[in-house]
Design a protein. Structure first.
Length: 247
């Protein structure tokens, strides 16, 4: 389970403190930090965020105003308020946040908040249809998520490789595909590969542990794993997969 998160706070030291706490929770991937509500609205249009850590008191549009817009435009997006002023809590709950954390963020309270996030993601994941409509050459096609072995980019061509030797050429970008499949527990192991975590059989290093290779359950193709991503994927596998060999 990997949750893409955005931090919105106009004080950099508060962002750094929160990021330090979040290092203890590998399920949360902070993909962007932003210092204003206005900038956050622009970034959210990219569609890569599932969770927003949102400060309330900011210059210009405040966090409560932004939260109301998020609830209107992105009703499934999760919000955790962070503020130095607990008095805002009552008004903040009008937008149904996951939780309300007081600065400086206590790591035990953060853990409880992220437990709620995990439960929400698990419920939503079980309710989702396990087919995804992908923009392929020739039009839109519904593909069963469980049939996908991996997604690969070669040059400008992106291929969705499925079981039974089926392959489809996607017209989406790798960034869009990463966003689409992140809630289905897919992981971008390398600049050119996205893999379903449940399909991973093992991770093997080379002789000098300078690079790593992913071996899949249903395919003989070896998938490269970026050295920078090794520890993150290892932690995710501990949470999501059983019987995986990690050398």
């Amino acid at each position: 389970m990997l949750v893409n998160a955005l931090i919105v706070d106009d004080e950099q030291y508060c962002i750094e403190a929160l990021k330090a706490c979040l290092e203890s929770f590998p399920m949360i991937k902070v993909i962007k930090e932003i210092h204003s509500a206005e900038q956050a609205l622009v970034f959210l249009e990219e569609g890569t965020v599932q969770l927003v850590f949102l400060d309330i008191e900011m210059e210009g549009m405040d966090g409560l105003q932004l939260a109301h817009l998020i609830e209107e435009k992105y009703p499934n997006m999760m919000i955790i308020f962070t503020t130095g002023y607990p008095g805002f809590a009552l008004e903040g709950y009008e937008v149904h946040p996951v939780d309300f954390l007081t600065k400086p963020v206590n790591i035990s309270r953060l853990e409880k908040a992220l437990k709620k996030v995990r439960e929400i993601v698990s419920v939503n994941g079980s309710e989702k249809k396990q087919k995804v409509g992908l923009n392929l050459a020739g039009g839109i096609r519904m593909i069963s998520v469980k049939d996908i072995l991996y997604i690969e980019k070669k040059g400008r061509v992106i291929t969705v490789v499925c079981k039974n030797d089926e392959k489809f050429t996607s017209k989406d970008s790798m960034k869009n595909l990463e966003s689409i499949f992140s809630s289905f527990h897919f992981y971008r192991s390398h600049q050119s590969f996205i893999v379903p975590i449940q399909q991973i059989k093992s991770i093997k290093p080379d002789n000098f542990s300078r690079s790593y290779t992913i071996v899949l359950n249903d395919d003989k193709t070896l998938i490269p794993l970026s050295r920078n991503n090794y520890h993150e994927l290892k932690d995710l596998l501990k949470e999501d997969a059983n019987g995986v060999t990690i050398s």
